[in-house]
Design a binder for this molecule. Structure first.
Ligand SMILES: *[C@@H]1O[C@H](CO)[C@@H](O)[C@H](O)[C@H]1NC(C)=O
Ligand SMILES: *[C@@H]1O[C@H](CO)[C@@H](O)[C@H](O)[C@H]1NC(C)=O
Ligand SMILES: *[C@@H]1O[C@H](CO)[C@@H](O)[C@H](O)[C@H]1NC(C)=O
Ligand SMILES: *[C@@H]1O[C@H](CO)[C@@H](O)[C@H](O)[C@H]1NC(C)=O
Length: 213
């Protein structure tokens, strides 16, 4: 009897401790669309992404059918576990391999993020007219700035704001499916094999965010 009580108390304590620490959840495998805008209203990129949440690999390719004046032509293959990424140009089959100085990206919550709040956008009382999200925040180390990320209850990142001294960005994810539809896009193209890692100039930060600056 007392052993059962002790076990119950232990289970309850564990549950409370977990809730108090608000550990960020981790995202699923995803395929979807992403848009990037500055808060001055410039569309920086729109295109398809694939994210492998187990291997922490990402591919993002901007879609040239959606050009605007500020939009960037990007094709990125990022390996967050290894801390390296490739900038790919499939037209002339060239690629640059670089080291990541900041591993943040808008597809998963950083482990050290702090839970800011949980809110329902739209309506919480009308079925299908609201979405409950938790908002996670943290610093943009080693840059000056911060981020704020909204994530659904099922752990799908919806929007992420990045605020820096000079500019701010809004990343939005759309039409997400919970799988890696084409695993081949997460494989390093043959023309990138054997590339040396480029030197990072003093003071440069390479990250997913910096690719849009
Ligand atoms: C996620 O995708 C990777 C690469 O395609 C695959 O190896 C892994 O098993 C997938 N994980 C889940 C949970 O589906
Ligand atoms: C680019 O966008 C167009 C129009 O929305 C779509 O038909 C096409 O499949 C997209 N291409 C890629 C590579 O995502
Ligand atoms: C893009 O720039 C051109 C000239 O620089 C301007 O005429 C045009 O209106 C701009 N388009 C948009 C969508 O801002
Ligand atoms: C490939 O094209 C890009 C611009 O589209 C250029 O910056 C790059 O230097 C080219 N690389 C090679 C190896 O020609």
């Amino acid at each position: 009897m007392s052993a059962t009580t002790a076990l119950l108390v232990l289970v309850c304590l564990t549950a409370t401790t977990r809730a108090d620490h608000h550990q960020p959840c981790h995202t699923h495998n995803m395929t979807g669309l992403m848009s990037v805008m500055t808060l001055k209203g410039e569309m920086k990129a729109f295109g398809a992404f694939t994210y492998d949440s187990v291997g922490r690999k990402l591919r993002f390719k901007s879609n040239e059918s959606h050009p605007t004046n500020a939009s960037l032509d990007l094709d990125l293959l990022m390996f967050f576990e290894e801390g390296i990424f490739y900038e790919i140009d499939s037209r002339n089959q060239s690629c640059e391999k670089k080291k990541l100085q900041m591993s943040l990206h808008p597809f998963d919550i950083p482990d050290d993020a702090k839970l800011h709040s949980t809110v329902t956008t739209g309506s919480s009382s009308i079925e299908g007219e609201g979405m409950k999200v938790s908002i996670w925040t943290g610093p943009l180390t080693p840059m000056k700035g911060s981020y704020s990320m909204s994530v659904t209850m099922g752990c799908l990142p919806v929007t992420t704001f990045y605020f820096t001294d000079t500019t701010s960005f809004l990343f939005s994810n759309m039409d997400v499916e919970l799988k890696v539809k084409d695993p081949d896009v997460l494989v390093v193209p043959s023309f990138c094999h054997g590339k040396p890692v480029e030197d990072t100039p003093e003071g440069t930060v390479n990250s997913f965010l910096n690719e849009f600056m």
